[in-house]
Write a protein that binds this ligand. Sequence first.
Ligand code: ADP
Length: 269
Amino acid sequence: MELTSADPLLPPAQEPFYLPHADEVDVFTECHRNRLPVMLKGPTGCGKTRFVEHMAWRLGRPLVTVACHEDLTANDLLGRYLILGDETVWQDGPLTRALRVGAILYLDEVVEARQDTTVVIHPLSDHRRTLSLEKTGETVVAAPGFQLVISYNPAYQQALKDLKPSTRQRFASLTFDFPDREREAAILMSEGGVARDCAVTLVELAARMRPLRERGLPEAPGTRTLVAAARLIASGIPQRRACEVAIADALTDDPLLLGTLGDLIAGSF
Ligand code: ADP
């Protein structure tokens, strides 16, 4: 379980830098106002999490983020009884806490979680926005401002079946992709601290690497990997070495693919 905000009861204190792709800020704002849950679709490292952080700040809502994984159960989200001394006390899980305080609840990579977890989010996504805690007998009604946001990567096809069509249909959906070249370079300058030339070279390198996904690369290099490479370069690591450790070696162990990625890096820097 991972709560990214130091204090999930407070909105983010500072504006997280986010460069919009299109109209997603306006659309999300209206979804929030209309109490619509939102689904963010897109490849890993393309800015979905940063977008939610930015929107929580913009809307002045606390943010509770849960990085979902295959062992995550409904109880991890809802809460559980703990034994403290000779007392048994109920402790809210992140989902229940988010409902009570009217937070934005971000379930990152939701389809990674177990099936019983996706069942829990079903009642939260309809207009009643209530949660029945079987273990305590309590019905928790969402405080104003509560919003459910989920993300998933459509490239992992086999996971899609886990989201029931009836749940899926309740979400407004925003599709993300890697930023266009100009935007991605601007992000690398701002987030990675590199000069424009270097940012543009990294973006062009990524454009040559991304099609390798069709030739066996498990995942295309996301903006996140480019930001990591840029930061290493800005800290004084030689450019080729930075690209090897932050991009190539991070993406694959396959010697053949590593060779191809290495050639692309050597051709860029
Ligand atoms: P995802 O949640 O889609 O896997 P993230 O939101 O974690 O991806 O994005 C990875 C990193 O890329 C961010 O931490 C940020 O540095 C950078 N990034 C990606 N897109 C943007 C954007 N549009 N504006 C600002 N930073 C971005």
